[in-house]
Write a protein that binds this ligand. Sequence first.
Ligand SMILES: Nc1nc2c(c(=O)[nH]1)N[C@H]1C(S)=C(S)[C@@H](COP(=O)(O)OP(=O)(O)OC[C@H]3O[C@@H](n4cnc5c(=O)[nH]c(N)nc54)[C@H](O)[C@@H]3O)O[C@H]1N2
Ligand SMILES: Nc1nc2c(c(=O)[nH]1)N[C@H]1C(S)=C(S)[C@@H](COP(=O)(O)OP(=O)(O)OC[C@H]3O[C@@H](n4cnc5c(=O)[nH]c(N)nc54)[C@H](O)[C@@H]3O)O[C@H]1N2
Ligand code: SF4
Ligand SMILES: [Mo]
Length: 700
Amino acid sequence: MSDRTTPRLQASACPHDCPSTCALEVEVLDERRIGRIRGAADNSYTAGVICAKVARYAERVHHPDRLTQPLRRIGPKGSGQFAPISWDEALDIVADQFLEAERRHGPETVWPYYYAGTMGLVQRDGINRLRHARRWSGFFATICTNPAWAGWLAGAGKLAGADPREMAKSDLVVIWGTNAVSTQVNVMTHAVRARKERGAKIAVVDVYRTPTMEQADIPLLIRPGSDGALACAVMHVLFRDGLADRAYLASHADDPAGLEAHLASRTPEWAAAITGLPAAEIEAFARLVGRTPRSYFRLGYGFTRSRNGAVNMHAASCIPVVSGAWRVEGGGAFHSNSGIYGWNKTLIEGLDLRDPSVRMLDQSRIGPILEGDAEALAGGPPVTALLIQNTNPVTIAPDQARVRRGFARDDLFVCVHEQFMTETARMADIVLPATMFLEHDDLYQAGGNQHILLGPKLVDPPGDCRPNHAVIGELARRLGSDSHPGFAMTERELIDATLRASGHGTLEALETQRFLDVQPGFETAHFVNGFHWPDGKFRLKPDWPKVPYAAPSTFGPVEAMPTFPDHWAVTEEADDEHPFRLVTAPARNFLNSSFTETPTSAGRERRPSLMLHPEDAAALGIAEGDRVEAANGRGAVLLHARLFDGVRRGVVIAESIWPNAAHEGGRGINSLTGADPVAPFGGAAFHDSHVRVRKADADA
Ligand SMILES: Nc1nc2c(c(=O)[nH]1)N[C@H]1C(S)=C(S)[C@@H](COP(=O)(O)OP(=O)(O)OC[C@H]3O[C@@H](n4cnc5c(=O)[nH]c(N)nc54)[C@H](O)[C@@H]3O)O[C@H]1N2
Ligand SMILES: Nc1nc2c(c(=O)[nH]1)N[C@H]1C(S)=C(S)[C@@H](COP(=O)(O)OP(=O)(O)OC[C@H]3O[C@@H](n4cnc5c(=O)[nH]c(N)nc54)[C@H](O)[C@@H]3O)O[C@H]1N2
Ligand code: SF4
Ligand SMILES: [Mo]
C-alpha cells in the first residue's frame, strides 16, 4: 500500500528532445499518480537542476485531454470527428490499409515517420525494425541536427568534444547560438559555476537578447546567419596579433597557412558590416579569446538553422583550434557527445534486415513529398500511407501550407500514435493512444552530456494507452513480418541485450546505478593525439561532400560551399518586398510543440507574438499588442506585436512552436519557413526566412 504523505522517490530520465537528458527523481504517489519531479542531485551533469516544465510534469502526464482509446475517423479529414474502437479493430484496419497500399504501389509507398518526441532508444527507434522487415521507405532524419552535426564533423571528424562539465573549469565560456537558459538549462549550471568559482567571463552569441544573453558579461548580438563572418574575424585577429597557437596548428590542423592567407581580408571591419556588431567589440572579444587559454566554446543548434548553418558551425569550431584552447582542461569546444556511445542497435532497429537499395525520404520535405514532388520522392512511388510516432509534423515541419495540403489528400491513409490530439493526429484516419515515459521502460543517451540512463516504468497508463514497442510488435504480427527476434522481446530484454552488445554492462547494473557516466578521458575528449581523421588533423579546409555523415546523398548546393571558413551568402536575405529577417527560436515553456497543451506553459507564453524593434514598429505604425501579419511567398501568419529593443533593426523573432490553431486564421509560424534543404546533408533553415510585416486590419 502506498503512503499518501511520503511519496516514493524513483529514478528516471527525461525523455524529451533536449540535449540535457536530465537524470530525474520522481515522486510516485501511487500506482497511477506522480507528484513533483526533481533533478537528481548526484548526477554530476544534472546536478539537481531541471527545467520548470518537466518539474511540473504531473500536469502533462495526468492531463484530462490525454488520448486513452483508439479512434477511427468518422467525419471528413481534419474535422476532428472520431469514434472509439477497440485496439484489435484499429490495428486490423491499419494492417489492411498498409497491405492494400503495398499491393497498389509497392512497399515504398508506406512511410514510417517518427522523431524524437521520446528519445528512448527502444520506443523511438523500434519502428525501423518494422520498416526494414517490410522494405518500407526509409526516413532520413534531417529536421534538427544535420547542419550542426555536418558542420562539426567537417572539422573534428567525430561528434564528441571537451567534457561539458569542464565549463566549470574555464576562464571564458562562449555560449554560441543556443539559448541555454530556455533550451538546456544545465549548461548554465556549469557556466555560472566557472564565474562564481574562478571569475570566468561568459560570452553569448545570439541574434536577440535571450534570457541567456541577459546573463552574459559579453553579449554579442549579431544578425541572423552571420556567425561565419564573426568567427572569421576573430581568427583574423588571432593570426594578426600573434595570438594564434602556431605550434598546435602545425601538429593538429591540415592547412593553417592556407587559412591565414584566406583570412587576411576577413577583418573586423569586414565582419562588422555583415554581423552588425561594431568592429571594436569583435576586436575585444577576439583578444580575450586569444589571451584566455581556458576558453570553452559551447556550440548550440540554433545558429545552424540557416542555409549557411553547417559552414557557420564549422567556422566557429575552428576558433579553439587556431587559439590552441583544446590543449588545456577548461578549454576547447563541445557541441554533442552523440558519437561516444557506440551503440549496437541491431536488435532494436532490425539493422540485419536493412536493404540499402530501399529509398530514403527526407523528413524535412514531408510537404513536397506528400504533394508528389518527383525529386523529393527520389523517383519512387507516391507516399499513400504514413505511420507516425513521436512527432507532430502538422505543426512543426517547414512549409506548412504544403504539409497541410499533403495531409488533406483523400488517397493518403494516416495512422498516428500519440499522447494528445495534436494537429497531426487530427488529420489521421486512425489514432492510437500512447503511453508517456513514466508508463513504459526505456534506455536513454545524453547528447549534451555523457550519461546513459534508465527510464523504467513507474506508473500505470490511463485508459488503454500502449507503448510504441507494443504497437510495432502487434503490427508486425498482423503483417506477417514478426520473425525478427526484436519483436518478441520485452523492452527490458531489448535494453539488456543492447547494453551488453554495446559494451555498456547489463540492465541489472544500470538499474542499480540509475545512470552511467561514459565520458572519455581528457586525452580522447581533447583529441590530444589527433582529431578523428587518418592523419589526425582538424580540417580547417573541409571536403564537404566527403564529411563522414550517414546520408543517402548530399543535399542542397554543396558544390558552392566555401573552401575555408567564410561568410557564405546563401541565406534568404531581406529585400524590398520582404524587409525583415524572421527567427523562430524555441519558447522557454514549450518543447517544440509539446507542453503547448499544459495550462501553466501555455499561460506563461500567453499568445503567439512577434518581437520587433520599437523603431521598426514605429515606422510601421505598430504599437505594443497590435495584431500584425508576417508574410512571404510561402504564407502569411497573424500574431501580436511585442516591442523589444533586444534585436537589431530588421530582425523579428517569433518564439515557437504554437499550434497553427493558436494563431488567428489558423496558420502557424511554419507557414513562413522553407523546406529547401540545407547543404551538405539536409535540414530545415527554421531561423532563415525573410518576411514583410504590417499592422493587420482591425477586422481582418
Ligand atoms: N524550452 C525549450 N527547450 C528546448 C526546445 C524548445 O522548443 N523549448 N527544443 C529542444 C530541441 S528539439 C532542440 S534541438 C534544442 C535546441 O536548442 P539550441 O541549441 O538552444 O538551439 P535553438 O533552440 O534552435 O536556438 C537557440 C538560439 O539560437 C539563436 N539563433 C537563431 N539564429 C541564429 C544565428 O544565425 N546566429 C546565432 N548566433 N544565433 C542564432 C536563437 O535566437 C536562439 O536563441 O533545444 C531543446 N530544448
Ligand atoms: N519554427 C520552428 N519549427 C521547428 C523548430 C524551430 O526551432 N522553429 N525546431 C525544430 C526541431 S529542432 C525539432 S527537433 C522539431 C521537433 O518537432 P517534433 O518532433 O514534432 O516534437 P514535438 O513537437 O515535441 O512533438 C513530439 C510529439 O511526440 C509525442 N510523443 C512523445 N512521446 C511519445 C511516445 O513515447 N510515443 C508516441 N507515440 N508519441 C510520443 C508528443 O505527444 C508530441 O506530440 O521541430 C522543428 N520545428
Ligand atoms: S532541461 Fe531538458 S532534459 Fe532536463 S528536464 Fe527539462 S526538457 Fe528534460
Ligand atoms: Mo531539435
